[in-house]
Design a protein around this ligand. Structure first.
Ligand code: DAK
Length: 264
């Protein structure tokens, strides 16, 4: 893996890795360089997807996951630069969805604006009890630009999403959990990272092929009507019957033994 990244770090731990945004002095705000490096890193992970079975995405330090897009950099952007910035951020958010294994966002402290949007592009969100979420863009004369207007509604329902985006108010972790944005809350960042690793291990005991297919079908179906989504599900459900893992999983059940999956 490229070690020349300046604003992100990738730490491999066996079959899993921890990807961190590392601009602690600016509360890990997303500037052009962070997005460029995230895109490069996630593209490499996607090309070499057999190397890993799960990814944790977090922010360096204790105070912030990501406090949004870099307001200082953004304030000087031309319309063309803003367009390019939006495209880059959206590409990064899609790359999280395209990785064929689970990505857990681990949110410590502030996840505002683009930070909340990046967390939402992961498969699900874990948070510490100090986590704070919000889409404050309207306070800056902007609207969410990395998918927030689309993903927040789908995750927590359109009414609540509208209330949050129109007011720009921040919510604490209890409210974020109550509305389904956060799946699980932890005391400390350390507990959260260890909890996320345990979850990835549990997932990894299942068929990696089935998990990646479920991810793909669920993400694809998210943008479709129920009828079209069910068509996609039926297609992949049928295809998976030709896999080693399906044969192994069902044989292991009937033979009352633990399945040994290969991911193919
Ligand atoms: N950008 C740049 N620097 C930031 C930052 C940000 N988003 N957030 C914090 N910082 C910097 C602060 O300026 C400060 O730097 P120094 O003054 O020390 O040099 C340092 O981080 C520590 O922050 P504070 O001193 O402010 O710390 P506090 O504890 O007092 O406050 C805070 C923490 C998170 C409440 C506060 O920093 C804050 O309100 N930050 C801004 C949060 C925010 O509004 N974020 C949303 C940004 S809007 C687009 C696509 C997407 C987007 C936009 C366009 N395209 C279509 C082009 C997304 C937009 C957003 O994300």
């Amino acid at each position: 893996m490229n070690t020349k990244f300046k604003t992100i770090t990738l730490e491999k731990k066996g079959e899993f890795a921890v990807l961190s945004v590392s601009r602690e002095k600016s509360l890990n705000a997303l500037n052009f360089q962070v997005h460029t490096e995230l895109k490069a890193c996630l593209s490499i992970l996607k090309e070499n997807s057999e190397d890993l079975r799960g990814l944790i995405f977090t922010g360096a330090g204790e105070k912030a996951f990501i406090a949004g897009a870099d307001i200082v950099e953004m304030s000087n952007m031309t319309q063309e630069q803003a367009f390019n910035f939006a495209v880059l951020g959206q590409q990064v958010s899609l790359l999280f969805e395209e990785l064929p294994y689970p990505v857990i966002a681990c949110v410590n402290g502030f996840a505002l604006g683009g930070g909340c949007e990046m967390a939402m592009s992961c498969d699900f969100i874990y948070a510490t009890k100090t986590a704070i979420f919000g889409q404050p863009e309207v306070k800056l004369g902007l609207i969410p630009g990395f998918g927030g207007t689309q993903r927040l509604s789908k995750l927590i329902g359109r009414n609540k999403a509208k209330e949050l985006i129109y007011t720009g108010r921040n919510i604490k972790v209890d409210e974020a959990k109550e509305c389904g944005l956060v799946v699980k809350v932890f005391e400390t960042k350390e507990d959260m990272l260890s909890g996320a690793t345990t979850t990835l291990e549990k997932i990894n005991a299942n068929s990696p092929l089935a998990v990646s297919t479920a991810k793909r079908v669920m993400n694809e179906g998210n943008d479709l009507t129920i009828t079209k989504g069910l068509e996609v599900e039926a297609k992949h459900f049928g295809e998976i019957f030709g896999s080693y893992d399906m044969q192994e999983g069902t044989s292991a059940f009937t033979e009352k033994r633990k399945a040994i999956f290969k991911g193919c």
